[in-house]
Write a protein that binds this ligand. Structure first.
Ligand code: HAM
Length: 422
């Protein structure tokens, strides 16, 4: 039987894995400069955490979660997103007592059983950030500026920032009624999914990809035009602050987001280089979630982005090479006595901060040298009985062909000197 990776999952192989590492370093460094600190949470949580926060009626909770019952009968779910887990950790560890504005970031695999396609996987990776404790629009602007700074740091310049306000508990109920009234005469023409949403979460009809739904949505009332005074002031303040920061954001009244916890700000950053799954970044404010999950009422805002999607856009707009390997040395063995010494020297070089390799397969000297080439070693040396007895050998620069007589005792120091190693 031949095993294959599970549908919708992907191996990240070298050298691509090095490209991932480099990109992850870019993300971490930008997060660090914005003063967000890393949080890591478990791969799975109690199912009810996600059901409660993301919303029972959302696609994620309704049909995409990897849920299983463990041997003790507890229902667990592989995390489909991080916000719920971060808020759970914030409450459980009393993070609010340490600081009144807690700023954390993450970079982690997520799991959703969606239909796989370009840019949509079942195990994917998100980087994101959450700022918990600030109610002012300047925190929303900080989060959006951070999302933008990561893109810029990755060399991406062609993207669209779209912002909206989805209101709050005060202004949303009346707006929902108005939206229902708008769709009521056309209810029969809406797609089956939108008919369900009409009852359960009418705003999401605006999010439908179905052509007829889209047509029927033209002229629909938008939340942004029905905000209460507080939400309207927040939205205006955010737009002004973004302008101040030089971030070009369009208002898009149709952004509703597929997760239920949002209040006031909702935003997306899209890229034309992504095809149909064009959302690179998604986020917004969730002022009710901390209290909903049992904590003290605390406003919060955050975003998350798909790392695979970021890499796809980078490939189009700012292709990067996988970083070059450090110079390295291949220590070849000419015979049995040489083999033992080669092994010891290899370990010494590694401890000395040098990428070092030797032969483990009993290969001929010729094929060892071919291997040295394949490994992109800058240096090589052959150790045999003669070198062991004399304590001397010849270090060869594989690029220039230069041959440098060395003692075996000074081998590591000589390579360090020439490679700037430790
Ligand atoms: P989301 O919109 O569900 O939001 O996901 C954010 C981003 O994750 C998407 O824009 C996309 O780049 C990536 N993504 C989502 N699903 C997949 C998939 N199946 N394959 C590849 N990439 C995917 C959230 O997850 C919220 N927690 C964001 C947030 C944080 N809101 C506030 N704080």
């Amino acid at each position: 039987m031949k095993f294959r990776s599970v549908k919708g999952t992907k191996d990240i192989l070298p050298p691509e894995s090095y490209l991932w590492q480099r990109t992850e370093e870019t993300i971490r460094s930008v997060m660090h400069n914005f003063n967000y600190r890393e949080i890591r949470t478990p791969a799975f949580e109690e199912t009810s955490l996600f059901a409660r926060s993301i919303g029972e009626l959302t696609d994620i909770v309704g049909k995409e979660m990897y849920t299983f019952t463990d041997r003790s009968g507890t229902s667990l779910t592989l995390k489909p997103e991080m916000t719920a887990a971060v808020v759970r950790a914030y409450i459980q560890n009393n993070l609010g007592e340490q600081s009144s504005l807690v700023k954390v970031y993450y970079l982690s695999p997520m799991f959703r059983q969606e239909r796989p396609q370009a840019g949509r996987l079942r195990q994917f990776h998100q980087y994101g950030a959450e700022a918990i404790g600030g109610e002012g629009f300047s925190v929303d602007a900080d989060v959006i500026a951070l999302a933008v700074a990561v893109l810029e740091g990755a060399g991406i310049s062609d993207y669209r920032v779209r912002v909206n306000s989805v209101g709050c508990g005060k202004c949303r109920p009346a707006y929902r009624e108005e939206l229902r009234a708008f769709f009521r005469p056309e209810l029969d023409r809406l797609s089956e999914e939108s008919r369900e949403r009409y009852e359960q979460n009418v705003m999401r009809i605006l999010d439908s990809k179905n052509d007829t739904d889209r047509e029927l949505s033209i002229g629909a009332p938008l939340m942004k035009d029905h905000l209460c005074g507080e939400c309207a002031a927040h939205f205006t303040g955010l737009r002004e602050t973004l302008k101040l920061l030089g971030i070009d954001a369009e208002v898009d009244g149709t952004i509703v987001r597929g997760l239920d916890y949002y209040t006031k700000t909702a935003f997306e950053i899209t890229s034309a280089d992504l095809g149909s799954q064009d959302a690179l970044v998604g986020g917004g404010r969730y002022d009710l979630l901390v209290a909903e999950l049992g904590g003290k009422s605390t406003p919060a805002v955050g975003f998350a982005a798909g790392l695979e999607r970021l890499l796809m856009v980078m490939e189009k707009q700012a292709p990067r090479e996988a970083p070059a390997l450090s110079p390295g040395i291949f220590i070849a063995a000419a015979d049995e006595p040489g083999r033992k010494r080669a092994l010891i020297k290899t370990m010494e070089a590694r401890r000395g901060g040098i990428r070092a390799e030797t032969d483990y397969l009993g290969r001929s000297l010729k094929s060892q040298m071919r291997e040295a080439d394949r490994q992109n070693a800058l240096f090589s040396i052959v150790i045999g009985k003669k070198e062991v007895e004399s304590g001397k050998g010849v270090l060869k620069n594989m690029q220039s062909g230069e041959e440098i007589p060395v003692t075996l005792d000074s081998l590591v120091a000589e390579v360090q000197k020439r490679t700037g190693g430790a």
